[in-house]
Design a protein around this ligand. Sequence first.
Ligand code: 5AD
Ligand code: FES
Length: 345
Amino acid sequence: MTETVHKLYTSGDLSDSELKALIETDDMKAAELLRSCADEVRQKSYGKKVFLRGLIEVSSYCRNDCLYCGIRRSNSAAERYRLSREDILACCENGYELGFRTFVMQGGEDAFFTDDFLCPLISEIKEKYPDCAVTLSLGERSTMSYERLKEAGADRYLLRHEAASPGLYSKLHPQEMSLENRKECLFTLKKLGYQVGAGFMVGAPYQTTDHIIADLRFLQELRPQMIGIGPFVPHHNTPFAAEKGGTLGLTLRLLGILRLMFPKVLLPATTALGTIAPNGRELGLQTGCNVVMPNLSPVKVRKKYDLYDNKICTGEEAAECRGCLQRRIESAGYKIAQERGDAII
Ligand code: 5AD
Ligand code: FES
C-alpha cells in the first residue's frame, strides 16, 4: 500500500482499483505516509499558511429537502431565522476587526434572499472592505442570478456537488432535485469567473467506495479552486437519524488523497471534522488542509443553523472562534495567513 501512496505522490493520480485499495486500507503505515506526503505537498505550495474564512450563516430557512440535513423544509421542529442586512454588515465589521479578509455568506435556499436584496449588500461590503473577498454559499440559483451577484462584486461561490453518482445523489435528495442541474450550476459558476468550491460528505448513507471514486473523478473534471469535504453526521430530526456517521480515519485518508491529486487546491478542515473528533481540524491541517472557516454568525442564531447533531461553535463560550482557531492552528504547527488567500490555480 505504501507503494500506491508513493505513486499518488509522484504522479498525482491512480487507477480506480488503486484508489479503491487506498480508500479502503486499514494499513496504519500507509495512512501515516499519506499524511506526511500530503503535508509536504501543501507546504511546497503554501508553506505553513492557513487561510481564514469568516462564516456568516445568513438563514436557516430552506426550500430544499435534502434527506441528511437538519434545516430541510420537512423538519418542522427546526428553528428558523434570517439575518437582516444590518446583522450581516455588523458581522463583517466585527470580522474585519478580527482580521478576516474573506466573508462567506452561507444559508439555506431562502427565497427572501433575492438578487435585489443581495446585490446592493455585496456591493456595500466590497466598498467598505475593498481588500476582502466575498464568498457566497446560497445553493442553486439561475444563471442570471449568478451573473448579477458576480457583477455586484461576489468573488467566490461554494456549492458542494454532494454526490457525483446519479444513483447515490437520488438517494440523498428529494425527487425534484437533480444532479444534472447541480453540475450545470457548478460549470456555470466557473464560466462566470467565480472561484468555485465543490465537495461531498464522507460516509453518507448508501455511499460506497465506488461512489467516492466517482466524486474524485468529477472533481478532476470540474477542477474547482476549493474542495470541501467533511464527515456525514446524523441529525436526529431527519430520515437519516439512525444512520452511522462518517469516520475520522476515512475523512483523513480522503483529505490526504485530495491534497496529492490537487496539489494547489484550497482544502478546508471543516466544522464537521471538528465535530466528530475534538482535534479533528488540527489533524486535517496536518493531512493537507490549508483553510479553516471560523463561525462569525451572531451567537444568538448559531444553534439554529443546525445542519447536524452536536455541531461545535454554537454555545456562548464559542463567541470567539477566531481566537480558538488561532490557538488550534498554532498548536498544530501552522500559522494564520494575513492575506485574502485566493486560489493559485
Ligand atoms: N452532516 C454533515 N454535513 C452536512 N451537510 C448538510 N447536512 C449535513 C450532515 N448531516 C453539509 C452539506 C452542505 C454543507 C453546507 O453542509 O454537504 O453542502
Ligand atoms: Fe469555534 Fe473553537 S472554533 S469554538
